[in-house]
Design a binder for this molecule. Sequence first.
Ligand SMILES: [Zn+2]
Length: 177
Amino acid sequence: MAINLKDVWPQERDLMIRPERFKYVRKLIKPEGCVFCSALSKGVSLESLVVYQSENVMVVLNKYPYNNGHILILPTKHCGDINEIEEDAYNEISWLIRESFKILKESFYCEGINLGLNHGAVAGAGVPDHIHWHIIPRWSGDTNFFPLIAETKLIAQSLEDTYKLLKPKFETLKERS
Ligand SMILES: [Zn+2]
């Protein structure tokens, strides 16, 4: 079954024709200050949903996942432009993306993975001021209920279970980095 990217990534059009969803998303992800910097200050913990953190880069579970195992990879530096990321941090992000694919495949037995970056608010970024890459495990047949998942956050596996599954695996990366 062909995957329709529109079902995976929030589109500007959605925000315009579905204002209720837009309001919901804005309310959820913009409490006060930056949610990612706030998570960063709490460190690796279930509360922050951060599963990996180094000087330059962090991996955090998406609090409102589109699918089980939906993670975000981002620089620890608060910036919204890909070209503001220091070279070392960018290289570490690239490395982490590839390692994350391995971890998600062995953790969730997913058949595919979406990797995406919404650069800027008009491109669909929910937190445009702090750049983040989405990594979303996919299984054949999940497309049909994707919009439902996105709306209701009805995820089969709880965030806590996902956290417990992924954290030890990202910990082993720490030893190798
Ligand atoms: Zn930030």
